[in-house]
Design a protein around this ligand. Structure first.
Ligand SMILES: [Zn+2]
Length: 402
């Protein structure tokens, strides 16, 4: 592992001979990664996120969800992102569970309550979590009306676009966030924050002066909240197409071979552990971090772990405010359907199992998950995750700037 880390560090050093702090303009060849990261901007990230919240909670199977997919597609086209496409699939919700049956009931008989989803262990104080299903808990009548239409089973779509690699168009990293939400709010953090991050990266990598050796696919998954159904549909429909040139001899690869999958889900809120009375600090904690998780029980755990450390190195070098932490318990997110097929990681505000699952985010699936709930310190954690992924990807795909 150490040897791998060292070679990664050497690679990054060799690829970027000029220190990133050199912004005097006197250097002959400024670090292209630093220049790309500098194109991320807090106000732009916030504006993209705010644009998503105009569609309320974007619940799957509703007109507001479809309008959000249309809007995302328009934005991707306006960035000049290549091959904007839609994946179409069917979604039929499972029949309602009978109480006491099934593993997803949240604490059935004999369950070890010290163990969190994904394999971690709870420590310290835990607060209540759950999904709000009561419209009347949304005090804003306008938003309540916007979120009112219920989901209808049937056809679904999700949108993606691609930065096509100049020398290896047949290989790609997939970068994802889920655009659907629940809870009678605006799904601003879950997962407007991850969706906006992926869209901002699509914008920056699609700029005409940016070239990459390998491809990057930017995917805005639908139906995450119903059980990762959009990401699962993508894997089912496209897994077998990997690396195939189509039409033969065209140089086009509709599904480049997967090199890794990087998911972004809930990027902004790290106010720490709940206090003994169940309340939380109103302010982002200064020691907030970006949590990079892989799943140690997955088939590609070794490769996923290596990928996670590449992101850690990128964060240390390029993220402006907040550090990153690596953990082994990735769970409940759209990278899970990929984890036994390719190196898969997720980036989050907190560990999903032991922290978010222990009530560290009081807005999770609640009416309070609104744009206006968050301060610039929260938005900035999301921006730091964007800097981390942008920098790591730029190195992985061999990005250069004219
Ligand atoms: Zn989510």
């Amino acid at each position: 592992m150490l040897r791998v880390l060292l070679s990664i560090a050497i690679l990054i050093t060799v690829a970027s001979p000029v220190a990133s702090q050199d912004t005097t303009g006197a250097a002959a060849a400024p670090d292209p990664v630093a220049r790309l990261v500098a194109r991320l901007d807090l106000e732009r990230y916030k504006a993209t996120l705010k644009g998503l919240t105009q569609f309320g909670d974007r619940r799957q199977g509703t007109a507001r969800n479809r309008a959000a997919v249309d809007w995302i597609e328009q934005q991707l086209r306006s960035y000049g992102c290549s091959d904007v496409s839609r994946l179409t699939y069917e979604f039929q919700p499972p029949p309602p569970r009978t109480p006491g049956q099934g593993p997803a009931g949240g604490g059935g008989m004999g369950r070890d309550t010290s163990r969190a989803a994904g394999g971690g262990r709870y420590r310290g104080i835990r607060a209540r979590t759950g999904v709000n299903t009561d419209s009347l808990r949304q005090p804003d009548a306008k938003l309540r009306a916007l979120d009112a239409e219920a989901s209808t089973p049937g056809q679904r779509q999700e949108v993606y676009c691609t930065k096509v690699g100049a020398t290896h168009p047949n290989e790609m990293y997939i970068v994802g966030g889920h655009m659907d939400g629940i809870g009678w709010g605006e799904a601003a953090n879950d997962d407007g924050s991850g969706t906006a991050l992926v869209m901002e990266l699509a914008r920056i990598f699609s700029a005409p002066d940016v070239t990459t050796d390998r491809s990057i696919r930017f995917a805005l998954w639908n139906n995450e909240e119903t059980g990762l159904n959009g990401a699962r549909a993508y894997v089912e429909q496209r897994q077998a197409l990997q690396g195939k040139e189509n039409p033969p001899g065209s140089g086009k690869y509709p599904e480049p071979t997967w090199l890794g999958m990087i998911q972004h889900d809930m990027m902004m809120f790290d106010h720490g552990m709940p206090r003994a009375d169940g309340t939380l600090s109103p302010e982002q904690r200064p020691e907030a971090d970006v949590n990079i998780e892989f799943q140690s029980s997955s088939k590609f755990a070794e490769a996923a772990q290596r990928l996670a450390w590449v992101f850690h190195v990128a964060n240390e070098k390029y993220a402006t405010d907040y550090p990153a932490s690596v953990g082994p318990h990735m769970t409940n997110t759209d990278s899970a359907p990929f984890q036994d097929l390719v190196a898969a990681i997720s980036l989050r505000e907190n560990e999903r199992g032991t922290q978010i699952g222990a009530g560290w985010d009081p807005n999770w699936h609640q009416p309070t998950d609104r744009y206006s709930t968050y301060s610039d310190k929260d938005f900035r954690l999301g921006l730091n995750a964007a800097q981390t992924t942008l920098a790591a990807l730029a190195g992985l795909v061999g990005a250069t700037l004219k």
